[in-house]
Design a binder for this molecule. Structure first.
Ligand code: LMR
Length: 403
């Protein structure tokens, strides 16, 4: 008997795999870390930083972790839905009391907002309707890959007017001309990544009317609630949208507003057409989650649950979130005052702004000044400090358009 070891392999399993470029955003973290210059500035990856440049664990998170450590008596499995009480409490924060109690809406815990988006993608694919996913660009660079990896068709349409550094709502809507009934419209719930621009109340209403009339299904990515105008203000447009349409999806992340980044805490809610339709939706979500990650990691979600269960923790969390939001808005105002080309930044929201500069300028800022941002020119406003705004703008000025 021969084992066939003498025969050469016709093909190796992985010999058709191409080399892949490093993730453009995550690569910036490594580049900044390797730079020895003491006055380097990191406005790359989207994490909140305080006035000392640190990304601290929030006070309420520390307190809840201490309680969890003292009181948790088992780490046994929970199930594919994760910590359901966490998801239900978080629903009141994200969706508001009325929608959180709506029997057409069902949600489960996911590993971060990315897990929520990926689960949404798999659920949409499982519908068998093969809808197109419409994504306004520029957007978070991971949006397209998440849906394409689930074998969904993605089409992009313009969202932003670079010359004016502002949302181009008319072009955004016109770009949906070829969208068909049942197609999915991806929307940023607030604090648009990368532009910091967002829909006004009227624009949300227009979108809700259009979406309902055209039979489009909104998928709202809510990753920065509370870092724009406030918790309820940042969710108001999304809530209006959910009230206006029969079906919708909401992918949520606690990365930024609970500063739980690496704990991977998120949730996906799906609004089905009827309470009865929500049952198979939920069952399918659980089946998909089981094969994707079996069960989500527990720690971060348990911490969020403890915070939302305890009035004192919750109050402190809201207060610290408001402090973070105020710091970002102060930096926005300082940038807006510092140069006319940066003036729009003062009126935008959240961690990000898209600078009107090209890739060459981004490279020059990196090599000459130790200023790190992704090639697209997106900055994380919270990466600045009051004392670094002036040197940052001075380095940037030769690359900015004259206004
Ligand atoms: C970002 O956009 O910088 C963050 O959301 C981090 C990430 O995962 O890309």
């Amino acid at each position: 008997m021969t084992l066939g070891l003498d025969r050469p392999l016709a093909t190796a399993l992985f010999d058709s795999l191409d080399r892949q470029p490093p993730d453009a955003l995550l690569a910036v973290i490594g580049l900044h870390r390797a730079d020895p210059r003491p006055d380097k500035i990191d406005v790359g990856v989207g994490v909140y930083r305080d006035a000392a440049g640190a990304t601290p664990v929030m006070r309420a998170v520390k307190a809840a972790e201490a309680r969890l450590l003292a009181g948790q008596d088992s780490k046994s499995y929970l199930g594919a839905e994760g910590d359901q009480r966490y998801t239900d409490l978080l629903a009141t924060v994200a969706l508001g009391d009325t929608l959180a109690a709506d029997p057409r809406i069902t949600g489960i815990q996911t590993p971060g907002g990315t897990g929520a988006l990926r689960l949404a993608a798999e659920l949409i694919a499982r519908s068998g309707k093969a809808p197109t996913i419409w994504i306004g660009t520029p957007t978070w660079p991971n949006h397209g890959p998440i849906f394409r990896e689930a074998d969904l068709t993605v089409r992009t349409h313009a969202y932003f007017d670079t010359a004016c550094s502002d949302l181009d709502f008319d072009t955004f809507v016109a770009g949906l001309a070829e969208a068909r009934t049942g197609d999915v419209l991806l929307l940023h719930g607030c604090c648009h990544n990368p532009t910091g621009t967002g829909f006004s109340t009227e624009q949300w209403q227009t979108l809700a009317t259009l979406t309902a009339a055209r039979g489009l299904i909104p998928l709202i990515d809510l990753a920065y609630q509370g870092l724009g105008r406030g918790l309820d203000e940042d969710a108001a447009g999304m809530r209006g949208m959910l009230a206006a349409v029969p079906e919708a999806l909401v992918a949520y992340s606690c990365d930024k507003n609970f500063a739980l980044y690496r704990e991977r805490v998120g949730a996906l809610w799906v609004q089905a057409a009827t309470p009865a339709a929500a049952i198979p939706v939920r069952e399918t979500m659980l089946v998909l989650a089981r094969s994707l990650w079996s069960m989500p990691p527990d720690h971060g979600a348990a911490v969020v649950r403890l915070i939302l269960e305890d009035a004192e923790f919750a109050l402190d969390w809201r207060a610290e979130l408001a402090e973070m939001c105020a710091r970002i808005n102060d930096l926005r105002a300082a940038l807006g005052r510092a140069h006319p080309a940066l003036a729009p930044i003062a009126g935008q929201q959240g961690l990000f702004a898209l600078l009107p500069i090209d890739r060459d300028a981004v490279a020059t800022l990196r090599t000459l000044h130790g200023i790190y941002m992704p090639d697209a020119g997106r900055i994380n406003i919270a990466g600045l400090r009051v004392d670094t705004v002036a040197p940052f703008v001075a380095a940037l000025t030769p690359h900015l358009p004259h206004c």
